[in-house]
Design a protein around this ligand. Structure first.
Ligand SMILES: *Cc1c(COP(=O)(O)O)cnc(C)c1O
Ligand code: SF4
Length: 342
């Protein structure tokens, strides 16, 4: 039987646990296959397919993968496979044109992306807790913008009073340690017109010990108000430790939203999506976005046709309360907002 929220809330990680977990991440395909009892051919294919986006799986995530099952939905998200090497017309290295938009040549301020009204996105770090094979940033230089850039970033944001919300992205902004993140939040707190900071992160899902007391302290300071958007794709990603981490965040009143990517062979079924969204609501996370895959080279085998996605969402609406069904969206370069599908 699963434990109640009050019981799981008491599983509090020790400071530094998450860094130790990240340092022990599995990066060698042979080791992955040994730990998961998969044949050597799987490891050899992974080595060929990894390219410039190496295998990276933290052990708390690995522990949720079923040994001996090459079709496990969590494994599929992290295991390089030969399909990544197949040519796919319409797929590009930078489908959203973000690489140039965040570098010195293409941006008014490197590391800041201003696509939508009132909101600026900061690439806070290139680091991630896990390498998702479908990631649209998989071909970006994993350059860490680093604290050295932040005075310039803050100065830039300070000149534009129309920016009311700052989105911290990456990579994964929670890849930064608490002290560094605290300094970034201090900078943002010094800009009077920035009312909200939103963190887009997958780390509480892959390494739940990342939700430390110190982090919660930073996120509950008052101004700017912090919101957390969790990237989660499958109900099996949510084990007891993840539930406990989410309970710690929700328990102090931090608004929690989720985003998921619709992925072939992972979550392209009514049953899996319904279970995912209901489980999130039960953990006080409101399903926000279901993303159509960005068409990045190497991820074509994950694509679900939009028509099928629209049909899935229609059936979800019939089955779940309205608030449990996220908006099914795609990003279209040049549009003033994400485009709702269906
Ligand atoms: C998705 C996104 C946002 C936020 O959009 P919302 O619809 O407010 O969630 C902002 N900037 C960029 C670059 C984005 O991709
Ligand atoms: S955690 Fe997010 S940014 Fe990092 S690889 Fe996965 S999808 Fe990409």
């Amino acid at each position: 039987m699963s434990r109640s929220i009050s019981q799981v809330e008491r599983i509090v990680p020790r400071r530094g646990d998450w860094k130790a977990a990240l340092a022990r991440s599995v990066t060698d395909p042979d080791e992955l296959c040994r730990l998961l009892e998969l044949p050597g051919a799987v490891a050899r294919a992974a080595r060929r397919a990894a390219g410039d986006f190496p295998l990276l799986v933290p052990r708390p995530y690995l522990a949720r993968i079923r040994p001996g099952d090459a079709h496990d939905p969590l494994l599929k998200q992290v295991l390089p496979v030969e399909a990544e090497l197949a040519a796919a017309p319409g797929f590009s290295p930078d489908p959203l044109g973000e690489a140039s938009a965040t570098t010195a040549a293409g941006s008014p301020c490197p590391g800041v992306l201003r696509k939508y009204d009132g909101r600026s996105l900061i690439v806070a770090t290139g680091g991630c807790g896990v390498h998702c094979r479908f990631c649209f940033r998989r071909h970006f230089p994993r350059r860490d913008l680093g604290p050295g850039r932040w005075p310039a970033v803050a100065a830039h944001l300070g000149t534009d009073p129309s920016i009311r919300e700052v989105i911290l992205s990456g990579g994964d902004p929670l890849w930064l340690d608490d002290r560094t993140l605290g300094r970034l939040l201090d900078r943002l707190a010094g800009i009077p017109h920035v009312r909200r900071v939103r963190l887009h992160t997958r780390l509480p899902v892959v390494v739940p010990a990342r939700v430390t007391e110190e982090l919660i302290g930073h996120l509950t300071r008052g101004r700017p108000v912090s919101l957390v958007v969790l990237h989660v794709n499958h109900p099996a990603e949510i084990d007891e430790a993840v539930a406990a981490a989410l309970a710690r965040l929700a328990g102090v009143g931090i608004p929690l939203l989720s985003q998921s990517v619709l992925l072939r062979g992972v979550n392209d079924s009514l049953h899996v999506l319904a279970e995912l969204f209901e489980r999130l609501v039960d953990l006080r996370v409101m399903p926000y976005y279901l993303h159509q895959l960005d068409r990045v080279v190497g991820a074509a085998h994950f694509e679900v046709p939009v028509k099928q996605g629209v049909e899935l969402v229609r059936r979800l609406r019939a089955r779940l309360p309205g608030y449990a069904v996220p908006r099914y969206v795609r990003e279209v370069p040049g549009e003033p907002n994400k485009v709702v599908l269906g």
